[in-house]
Design a protein. Structure first.
Length: 490
């Protein structure tokens, strides 16, 4: 299945992460960290198809060795909370062969990353279907945040830009020190650059689809930016997907099922409304012509013609009943003109937009609550490991423990950072409040979904009116053509 997936995060010491461990994990290798004096061994991980290092011209050739490269990064980044590398996850396409996917990944990285002077360490992985991950082949990319100068040495991440007054003099603070702004030395971390990368990758994949004569395409934009009236599903993650695969219903899985059902219904309603608008335009043009029949005339003529050709009284009664039902519906709804019908369709369209906005808002909040509850559970599970770490005072033992539990500690620090604004003064989290709010939102979401039903039922009735009037128009056109042909014969 054609899939667009390109995300970027940072490898940070403040989150308990290590450049050596991150590189070893992605490449499935055993690498030694000179900073921590420990090996990170992922040789038994599996799933790694290939890995390569791509260097810009100014980079020292010894950086082709993965262990040398990332130990050099660890050495130059001296701060205890340093940002070490950008980490990209990018989905490849099931429609391409393995060789085509690898070639496409290399081309993309050379054109978009290495050409900017970035060092690239990338590894191609098999699909993560069994782990609930990316269901396509994909590649992971690590790039040092610090640039390499033309001399081959590491440059600065930021430079100082001093604030100046109107005369060009430096502005001083209360202590007499010049004020300055820290400005990145590269554009690698700018949102505009990430957007350009995402667009470039989508274009490369789509060009390959076109080259192979495949109709599928991918789009780097969100549903909103694509102009699609669809609600985005929530990210489930490995644990949720594994539970769902075992038949265990989850909040996220249930929400995604509702979202998919809503999107299917929205698509159906939008198509019906679009068709009705087009039909109303045609009917208005026809009724605006001199001596054109009215809507009632068309219906009466249609059913009158059907009755004339009916073979039985039962058929005639059925025709009359359908005519009565249609007229009763139009009369009961006070729909006397084409303008009335159009106003009803417009009203339905506006109501659909209101319901969609309401469901979208509730879904956004449910996604936030799901994320908080997930982080809270992770925080609870991993806190004992962090407590054990704090109980170790000898540096060597402490570093060894950190290396052994690097992944768990990284997740713990990330969870703690995201939950920090929500802790009460007593150090607790409002879990019951979050769960209660989510339950109410889920119920309200389902109630909004139920409100689509009467709209759909009324649209189906309008469609019945449309099909009846269309049939009457066709019969009238056929009768007109027959009379014209007879007149020409005479």
């Amino acid at each position: 299945m054609a899939l667009f997936h390109l995300t970027v995060t940072q490898v940070q010491r403040s989150a308990g992460q290590s450049a050596i461990a991150s590189a070893a994990y992605r490449a499935g290798e055993r690498l030694y960290s000179e900073r921590y004096g420990e090996y990170s061994d992922y040789t038994h991980k599996g799933g790694v198809i290939c890995s390569h290092i791509l260097l810009p011209p100014q980079a020292p050739p010894e950086y082709q060795d993965r262990q040398t490269l990332w130990n050099a990064v660890e050495e130059v980044e001296r701060h205890k909370d340093a940002q070490l590398a950008y980490s990209f996850d990018i989905a490849l396409q099931n429609e391409f062969s393995l060789e085509e996917n690898i070639a496409l990944a290399r081309q993309f990285l050379l054109e978009q990353f290495v050409s900017r002077g970035m060092v690239v360490d990338f590894a191609v992985h098999r699909p993560d279907k069994e782990d609930g991950g990316i269901p396509n082949p994909h590649f992971h990319v690590l790039c040092p945040i610090r640039p390499i100068l033309e001399s081959g040495k590491w440059g600065y991440k930021q430079r100082r830009v001093y604030r100046l007054d109107g005369d060009g003099n430096r502005i001083l603070d209360e202590k007499g020190k010049p004020l300055f702004d820290a400005v990145p030395t590269t554009d690698w971390g700018r949102p505009e650059t990430l957007e350009a990368w995402r667009e470039a990758w989508a274009k490369m994949c789509n060009a390959k689809f076109a080259e192979k004569g495949l109709p599928c395409r991918i789009d780097h934009r969100s549903y909103l930016r694509q102009g699609l009236d669809l609600l985005p599903t929530v990210h489930e993650g490995p644990a949720v997907r594994q539970m769902e695969a075992r038949g265990i219903a989850t909040d996220k899985g249930e929400l995604n099922r509702w979202i998919k059902a809503t999107n299917a219904l929205l698509k159906d309603l939008k198509q019906k409304i679009k068709a009705l608008f087009g039909w109303l335009k045609e009917v208005r043009e026809e009724l605006s012509q001199p001596q054109a029949p009215t809507l009632a005339d068309l219906l009466s003529a249609y059913y009158g013609t059907r009755n004339a050709g009916a073979w039985s009284n039962k058929g005639k009664v059925g025709n009359l009943q359908k005519f009565a039902d249609t007229v009763n519906y139009l009369t009961g709804q006070k729909l006397y003109t084409v303008e009335d019908l159009e106003a009803r369709v417009i009203s339905h369209n506006e109501r659909i937009e209101e319901l969609k906005a309401s469901m979208d808002s509730r879904q956004t909040r449910m996604r936030e609550l799901d994320g908080l509850l997930e982080q809270a559970e992770r925080f609870r599970e991993l806190k004992p490991i962090h407590t054990q770490l704090n109980a170790i005072h000898r540096k060597g033992q402490r570093e060894k423990f950190k290396a052994a539990h690097e992944g768990e500690l990284r997740q713990f620090y990330m969870a703690r950072r995201k939950l920090e604004p929500h802790f009460t003064p007593e150090g607790k989290l409002p879990l019951s409040k979050w769960r209660a709010e989510r339950g109410k939102l889920q119920q309200a979401y389902q109630e909004d979904y139920a409100k689509y039903r009467p709209i759909r039922e009324d649209l189906m009735k309008l469609y019945q009116v449309k099909s009846t009037v269309d049939a009457a128009r066709r019969r009238q056109e056929q009768a007109h053509t027959l009379r014209r042909d007879r007149d020409m014969e005479r």
